[in-house]
Structures are given as structure tokens and as C-alpha cells.
Design a protein around this ligand. Structure first.
Ligand SMILES: Cc1ncc(COP(=O)(O)O)c(C=O)c1O
Length: 385
């Protein structure tokens, strides 16, 4: 068995490379025209007013929390079923994450559990479009408005998805994307903040450049050396050649989204009558971007453990993964925030059951059949009778 199918994979073609080379031969390697171009293109794709490109999704989350005004002691509603960056960003601003459990069928944050955790210190909600499916934004927006909270959408999994006719990136107060190579489109490393609020956008722009109010290009154009740092920011700038890659990749996003949905539909067909392997629920009023394809396995009814199944699939060249270990169960959180098992029982239970199967646009039907059939065979062979 030589082939190995990873759970996600970038795809770079000659036209992508040509765009990067053009920038490498130009005068601006960083913070030049390609950054503006990429920002405008993503903002227009998402039907959002403003976009600020940064050098990772994590930097975008940090900037979003800063723009939302999160500071020492502020509480922020978060989900445990995500990559650690979605919660770490609260700690970067000295805020306090307040974990809210997820819905069992979708693994999206459960809006009905939020209000009971809101206090006078609550400042924001960070919702994650887990696997690529948009959250229940009507309910989240209602709560955010009622309690005067900033709604931040971590849409690192869901670029291009649509919730009730609204594109991801135009729904929440601030939305964040990642362009890491396993995501839908890549800039190597990279991220973006989307918002309709000019003040938030302006804050993020200054934040990505040390808190300095003008960037080098603007000073060159104005013929001045003078600059002022007005608050403590970071170097979260992205390069022009990364944005050239992003521009080129963005053109392919609609086709790649269709391909991801097609692959998911093939998997769904395989598992539709299977009582031990259950895909997550797809909600009817939104489209899914399928960054991840996740199934729940009923390990109580089979003889093998999740680790054993994981190893068996890896040995067959199938790059399965697990998304995610609930954030509140990481040692850092247990030791520093005194989180513990029992805090989010649904996320903890589902974590025992979930496994991520490979999905990326360049997979073909044979790949999907091979993965689904191998999984079904292993599970079938191990049913407890
Ligand atoms: C939900 C989510 N948020 C944030 C991030 C962080 O993005 P980046 O790796 O670009 O910093 C990721 C990346 O894996 C993610 O999956």
C-alpha cells in the first residue's frame, strides 16, 4: 500500500506559481498593492465592506478580539469544539473564556445555553462554523444584540458558505478566515478579518502593524518619515507574494467548494443506512463549505477502540484525524483556568466518537469509495454480536 490520502491538502498549479513569481520580481514584497487587491477581492466575494489581511488565522482572531475591545477581566463566550486558537485569542487580550457546550448533531455552539452564562462582564461571543457549516446566527445575533455583545465568527472552516442567503463574512460583527494549507484556499500561512464596521477594520489595520497609524507604503507615497504608534500592536503583516497566491487561489474557490460538497455527498450515500457510522447533521437553511468531513462512530457497539480504528485506517493509507480534543481539556486550560471534565458534557461525549475522513477537491470517486468501504469493512468485522 503506497498511497497515502491525507485528511486535507492544498493544491498549487502553474498559474498560482506564475502570479507569485510576478510579485517576487516587483518592487513590493510586502504591504504593497497585492495586499489591497486580495482584501478587496475577498471582501467582494463575501459581500462584506472591509477586509484586513494578516499573516495567520490566529493573528486575525487576536486582531478581532482587540478590535472588539476585549481587555483584562472581560468574559467571552466560546466553544470547546475547535482548534485552540479560537479560545487562546481571548487569553492574548487578558480576557476570560466562558465555555458553552455544543449541539450533539452538528457540534456547533448551542445558543440555548448561552444566556444563562452571561454576566455584566460578558463582552463578546466567538462562534465557530465547525467543519464548514455556519452556526445558528439568528439566535447568536439575537443574544448579541440583547446583551450588547460583539459577535465574532471564526469562519476558518467556512469561507464561501451561505446562511439564509447571507455569505459567511457578512453575518457577524467581525469574521475571521485562515489561509493555512489545509484550508479551502491558501497563502502558505495567512488570515483575514472581515467586517462591515469601519472602526473595527481601521483598528485591525493598525493592530497588524505594531499599532503604527501609517504603513511604509503610505509614508513613501506621502514623502514623509514621520509615524506614530498609538497603541501596542504586533507585526501581523502578510506579504505581497502570499496575497498574489491568495488572489489566484480565490478564483478557484467556487469550483473547489462544489467539489467538496460532491465528495461529502458521496460519503453520505455510503453511510446513509449504516447504524454505526453517522455523518454530522446538515441543516437545511445554510450551505456547508466542508473543510472537514466528520463521522460519529458508535464504539460501544464494536470491539475496537477509537485509537485502534485510527491506527488501522492510517495503516491502510487513510490519513484520518480527530477534530477536536475539546479545548477545555488541554493541560494549559486545566492548570490555568481550572477547567475540568464535566464542563461541556456533549463535546466530551462526542469527542470519544468523532473521526475526520479525508476531504479535498482533488480526491476522486475511487478515493472516496476506498476510504468509505475500508471504514465500513473494519467496523462491520468488529460488531459485537
Ligand atoms: C477553527 C480554527 N480557528 C483558527 C485557526 C487558526 O488558523 P491559523 O492556523 O491560520 O492560525 C484554525 C486553524 O487550524 C482553525 O481551524
Amino acid at each position: 500500500m503506497n498511497r497515502y490520502i491525507p485528511y486535507g491538502k492544498h493544491y498549487i498549479e502553474d498559474d498560482d506559481i506564475a502570479e507569485v513569481v510576478k510579485v517576487l520580481k516587483s518592487d513590493w514584497l510586502t504591504t504593497g498593492p497585492k495586499v489591497d487587491e486580495f482584501e478587496n477581492a475577498v471582501a467582494s466575494f463575501c459581500e462584506s465592506k472591509y477586509a484586513v489581511a494578516v499573516n495567520s488565522g490566529t493573528a486575525a482572531l487576536h486582531a478581532a478580539c482587540f478590535a472588539a475591545g476585549i481587555s483584562r477581566g472581560d468574559e467571552v463566550i466560546v466553544t470547546p469544539m475547535t482548534f485552540v486558537a479560537s479560545v487562546n485569542c481571548v487569553l492574548y487580550c487578558n480576557g476570560i473564556p466562558v465555555f458553552i457546550d455544543v449541539e450533539e448533531n452538528t457540534l456547533l455552539i448551542n445558543p440555548s445555553l448561552i444566556e444563562q452564562k452571561i454576566t455584566p462582564k460578558t463582552k463578546a461571543i466567538i462562534a465557530v462554523d465547525y467543519a464548514g457549516q455556519p452556526c445558528n446566527y439568528d439566535a447568536l445575533l439575537y443574544i448579541a444584540k440583547k446583551y450588547n455583545l460583539v459577535l465574532i465568527s471564526d469562519a476558518c472552516h467556512s469561507i464561501g458558505s451561505v446562511y439564509k442567503n447571507k455569505k459567511t463574512g457578512s453575518i457577524a460583527d467581525i469574521t475571521v478566515f485562515s489561509f493555512h494549507p489545509v484550508k479551502h484556499i491558501t497563502t502558505g500561512e495567512g488570515g483575514m478579518i472581515l467586517t462591515n464596521n469601519m472602526e473595527y477594520a481601521q483598528k485591525c489595520k493598525v493592530f497588524r502593524n505594531h499599532g503604527i497609524t501609517t504603513d511604509f507604503k503610505q509614508r513613501e507615497q506621502m514623502g514623509t518619515w514621520f509615524y506614530e504608534m498609538t497603541f501596542l500592536g504586533y507585526n501581523y503583516r502578510i506579504t505581497d507574494f502570499q496575497c498574489a497566491l491568495g488572489m489566484s487561489q480565490l478564483k478557484k474557490l467556487p469550483i473547489w467548494l462544489r467539489k467538496r460538497n460532491y465528495i461529502a455527498s458521496l460519503y453520505n450515500e455510503h453511510f446513509k443506512d449504516n447504524f454505526l457510522i453517522k455523518p454530522l447533521e446538515l441543516l437545511p437553511d445554510r450551505t456547508h463549505a466542508f473543510h472537514l468531513y466528520v463521522v460519529k462512530i458508535d464504539f460501544k457497539k464494536i470491539r475496537i477502540t477509537k485509537s485502534e480504528l485510527f491506527k488501522m485506517l492510517r495503516n491502510k493509507g487513510i490519513g484520518v484525524n480527530v477534530h477536536y480534543i475539546p479545548v477545555h481539556l488541554h493541560p494549559y486550560y486545566i492548570n490555568n483556568l481550572k477547567t475540568a471534565k464535566g464542563l461541556c458534557p456533549v463535546a466530551e461525549k462526542v469527542y470519544e466518537e468523532i473521526i475526520t475522513l479525508p476531504i479535498f477537491p482533488q480526491m476522486n470517486e475511487d478515493d472516496v469509495n476506498y476510504i468509505a468501504n475500508t471504514l465500513k469493512e473494519i467496523v462491520d468485522k468488529n460488531i459485537i454480536t
